[in-house]
Design a binder for this molecule. Sequence first.
Ligand SMILES: Nc1ccc(C(=O)O[C@H]2C[C@H]3CC[C@@H]2C3)cc1
Length: 213
Amino acid sequence: CSREQRALIQAILKAYERHQIPHDVAKKLLHDQYSVEENFLLLTEMATNQVQVLVEFTKNIPGFLSLDHEDQIALLKGSAVEAMFLRSAQVFSSKTPAGHTEVLEDRIRKSGISEEFIIPMFNFYKSIGGLHMNPEEQALLTAITILTPDRPYVKDQSKLCTLHHPHEPQYFARLLGRLTELRSLNHYHTEIISSWRVSDHKFTPLLCEIWDV
Ligand SMILES: Nc1ccc(C(=O)O[C@H]2C[C@H]3CC[C@@H]2C3)cc1
């Protein structure tokens, strides 16, 4: 791993660690009401916050802001769902304060999302947790997800990122394999969103903009 690659990884790690879920959202998880409606509102707040965190993280990925502006938007819109599922999977498998994970899981399960989407979602969370990624790997995998050039409407599909994993050459293939699993969640998410929209659930302007709803 060369000096400049190490510097790049450090820059991405710093950007990743700078933005965490604010405490007030985490606190609400534990103290707010527990109805399906309240759970949905909490998820809305969490998802809105996660998109804000995603935009801030992405802007701090070296080189991102020098990309064509339309491509920057295309990359963000194309990766927002995957980056959010990846981040929530990482939150689930990280050492969040005891009890938060169970409460969050329970609220997600009781927020109007149908069981057929809950199952693959939590399978993904478990499969990410099982990788025991360190913060550098989490940050890099998120950056790779965002910088994946084969998003719709991205113009210059040049290679955007390389990754090193010294002692386990097949590890990188495993990480990329998770990205394939992650992509399958896009479909479920579209279904989740439309079922909420059909039953007249309110979204925030940011979520409407990032998902064209
Ligand atoms: N009004 C909305 C509320 C939540 C979401 C969302 O994507 O929630 C994410 C959090 C976890 C549960 C579904 C996904 C993963 C979208 C619109």
